[in-house]
Design a protein around this ligand. Structure first.
Ligand code: AMP
Length: 455
């Protein structure tokens, strides 16, 4: 997963700072690296590095970037090793001028495409899919002498998930793959057009939401205005359900559906599907908050914040030893003894992937004296890996891959465990055109491609 943000300014104002703020609002989509590329109409200037948006962009760096069209990216890695080269936007130079690309998603046939290009003599400088897209695009533009035709030809070669921003020296292009896996929306404020992974970033900048980019749509923004093209007419939309459950910010609306409302409704349905007698309900913050409110409203069991999150632990700790990993959870979350001691507690979280986090949290809650712990989960059992850009581990690492509910409950150490059903989830979201591959093992695209992780 990653976050992308772009602006075209008709007044030719410098857009760098606004992109910075947009990326800051999308920080939850990726904490590994950040970058901004801007064009002043004559050339593209860019800066990217490893770190959070505020760590990468110090005042002097922002001051040196000037342009009235620009794109930005926050990185969360699924493919490609952690390095500056793999941060985005990816900028390439050619006889046609410069092009910058920011990508959210994962291309499944990227190795095939890379090998094809390498056979033709291309030397790659990164392991990202964006560089492959950029190189393919340059070749097609040279061949067709028509940007839109070239983009369509390249997109028709890609299998997988991509919301893309393409920056030419004189125009901004936004693309959402034909399945609409990842969100992408358009905003405007009378002077500028904005493209963002989520509308929460538009709200931050006090920009009006215009519409979502449609699956299979290419949106071109230049001095003449905004134009829309369709690159694949026949498509089966399958937007990632996990955007609604975990990934997107709760104050975002994706394809007309409020993320917060979905989470609360899942919580209500969880209370109906898996009722339990208990004294208090507490979310595992922050991802479990809205689910727990819904569960509490439906069950009438009082809602308390029995786990306090340290607001200064933005990123997951990567600590070497087992002991230190236990400490990492306690640095992030701390139990309120007075709320938990001798109580029957319902803990509500968004999802269980490997099961290691929940196990540690349950252990912590029991240590301060909780009598019973019942875990309720807003995402059905995750049984298959995601190939579209969400790092969900391998099949073997997924706790629900081969184990039944009773076995998982025993491993995690809870008195009872309840996952929302797939039907309940679909009803709560209120749409059926979703990608459920991680829940069912049925993938909306071909997945039989060579994939070399961390080349
Ligand atoms: P675990 O079961 O230990 O793998 O951790 C699951 C928890 O991590 C969930 O409760 C989420 O809050 C969070 N989570 C779920 N999916 C992801 C992901 N793809 N990347 C980062 N964190 C995630």
């Amino acid at each position: 997963m990653c976050g992308i943000f772009g602006i075209y300014s008709y007044e030719k104002e410098n857009v760098t700072k606004k992109i910075y703020y947009g990326l800051f609002a999308l920080q939850h989509r990726g904490q590994e690296g950040a970058g901004i590329a801007v064009s002043d109409g004559k050339g593209i200037n860019f800066y990217k590095n490893i770190g959070l948006v505020t760590e990468v962009f110090k005042k002097d760096i922002l001051q040196n970037l000037f342009g009235y069209i620009g794109i930005g990216h926050v990185r969360y890695s699924t493919t490609g090793i952690k390095s500056v080269e793999n941060c985005q936007p990816f900028v390439v130079k050619s006889s046609l001028g410069q092009i910058a690309i920011a990508h959210n998603g994962d291309i499944l046939n990227s190795e095939e495409l890379r090998l094809e290009l390498e056979k033709k003599g291309h030397i790659f400088t990164s392991t990202t899919d964006s560089e492959i897209i950029a190189q393919l695009l340059i070749r097609e533009i040279i061949k067709t002498n028509d940007r839109i035709e070239a983009i369509k030809n390249v997109l028709n070669k890609l299998v997988g998930a991509y919301s893309l921003l393409i920056l030419f020296e004189d125009c901004l292009i936004a693309v959402r793959d034909e399945h609409g896996f990842k969100p992408l929306c358009i905003g405007e404020d009378g002077e500028n057009i904005y493209i963002s992974s989520e509308d929460c970033a538009l709200t931050t900048l006090d920009v009006s939401f215009l519409r979502d980019v449609k699956p299979g749509e290419i949106v071109v923004i230049n001095n003449d205005g905004m134009e829309s093209y369709t690159f694949k007419k026949k498509n089966k939309v399958s937007t990632c359900m996990f955007e609604y459950i975990y990934f997107a910010r709760p104050d975002s609306t994706i394809d007309g559906i409020s993320v917060y409302k979905v989470r609360k409704e899942v919580g209500r349905r969880l209370a109906k599907e898996h009722p339990v007698e208990a004294d208090i309900i507490s979310p595992i913050p922050d991802s479990g908050n809205a689910f727990a409110i819904g569960y509490s409203e439906e069950s009438k069991i009082p809602y308390y914040e029995a786990l306090i999150k340290n607001k200064y632990t933005g990123r997951t700790f990567i600590l070497p030893s087992q002991n230190e990993r236990e400490l990492a959870v306690r640095l992030k979350l701390s139990p309120v003894r007075s709320l938990l001691e001798n109580k029957r507690v319902v803990l509500v979280d968004d999802s269980i992937v490997r099961g290691t986090t929940s196990k540690r949290i349950v252990n912590m809650v029991k240590k301060v004296g909780a009598k019973e712990v019942h875990l309720r989960v807003g995402c059905p059992k995750i049984i298959s890996p995601c190939y579209y850009g969400i790092d969900m581990a391998t099949k073997e690492e997924l706790i629900a891959h081969k184990k039944c509910i009773m076995e998982i409950a025993k491993i995690i150490g809870v008195e009872s465990l309840g996952y929302i059903s797939i039907e309940g989830l679909l009803k709560a979201i209120g749409r059926k055109d979703l990608c459920l591959a991680c829940l069912t093992g049925e993938y909306p695209t071909d997945i039989n491609f060579i994939k070399v992780q961390n080349r």
